[in-house]
Design a binder for this molecule. Structure first.
Ligand code: SIN
Length: 321
């Protein structure tokens, strides 16, 4: 029996140390700013696929180095719209220093923005751009400045959550599909609401399988999140709500999660097809800067257990950002 303490990463001088039972490994022995050889790239890729999110500490990446590292793993996403703090000359990088400004664009304080968006406890859990017909395959997030306490990120392993369902429930959900939509559950402000207008003008929605087959590992993944998931197709809203509540609770049970304490120079690399994550909401009131830089790898159109791909409903075409 293997302990999974390390993968073949040791051969590349890389050590992979799992940090939780189902998800998360810390990788040492590699300088992400250096020229990685093919064995190192293969070892990191294997660790991401096995542990769903991997962490590196003490890295000295700049924007160009971040992009160069990410390119070793696939084609990069270039967003049509990015936050104001993003570097104008590096279109692959999105910087989230301006997270507190979200809402301000639509005439709201940050707190009101969060309150109106997060109408349930599980609502902040998401995969990146999950309402697109081709959500990114992976995200590589780099910390530049972080608060001395607070500001952790948490991830959950959706393949393990699926495997943890009982066999009859797995069989039941295998055949379902669901609509994912940007802005689900947002509670409009009374009167004219600039954010509602924005959502209507920039609709993004797709029908995805509720269980997707991972294109690289072949694992079945419970494709749920608390952010984009609108409604299971072909059943009543009441039935859909009850089933989604049950599946979301399963998806974020503590045993399927890992929580990461950031330091400046930390990097997290996650499989966006097999995880959801929760950005922190315990740091805004502290007033410390939290500056994060994100690069995403382009992803495939998900495919269900029946072999059927996801379908676009609005505002999304494969490969077109
Ligand atoms: C995200 O939610 O995509 C970013 C996570 C973080 O800033 O912790």
């Amino acid at each position: 029996m293997t302990t999974d303490r390390t993968t073949d990463g040791t051969a590349a001088g890389i050590e992979v140390n799992p940090v939780a039972g189902h998800i998360g490994a810390e990788i040492t022995g590699v300088d992400l700013a250096g020229d990685l050889d093919d064995a190192q790239v293969a070892a990191v890729r294997a660790a991401v696929l096995r542990w769903k999110v991997v962490f590196f500490r003490g890295q000295e990446l700049d924007h160009a180095g971040h992009v160069a590292f990410a390119r070793r793993f696939g084609e990069l996403v270039v967003l049509g719209r990015r936050g104001k703090a993003s570097p104008p000359d590096v279109p692959e990088i999105e910087t989230t220093a301006d997270r507190l400004e979200l809402g301000g664009r639509f005439g709201m304080e940050h707190e009101e923005w969060l309150q109106r968006r997060r109408h349930t406890l599980l609502r902040g859990w998401h995969c990146d751009h999950g309402a697109r017909v081709d959500p990114p395959a992976a995200t590589i997030l780099r910390a530049e400045a972080v608060p001395p306490y607070g500001g952790d990120t948490t991830w959950s392993n959706l393949a393990a959550a699926y495997a943890g369902l009982s066999a009859p429930v797995r069989e039941f959900v295998d055949g379902l599909r669901a609509e994912h939509r940007l802005g689900v559950g947002y509670q409009p402000r009374p009167g004219d609401d600039a954010y509602v207008r924005h959502l209507l003008d920039h609709q993004v929605a797709s029908v995805h399988p509720l269980v997707r087959v991972h294109p690289e590992t072949g694992e079945r993944v419970l494709f749920v999140n608390g952010y984009y998931l609108e409604q299971i197709a072909d059943i009543s809203r009441a039935e859909s709500r009850a089933i989604l509540d049950m599946l979301l609770e399963q998806a974020v049970r503590p045993e399927y999660t890992v929580r990461f304490r950031w330091e400046p120079g930390s990097v997290a690399f996650w499989d966006n097809r097999a995880t959801i994550h929760l950005a922190p909401s315990d740091n805004a009131h502290l007033g410390f800067p939290r500056i994060m830089h994100r690069v995403m790898l382009a992803g495939d159109v998900p495919v269900g257990v029946d072999g059927k791909p996801s379908e676009p409903i609005a505002g999304t075409r494969p490969g077109r950002w």
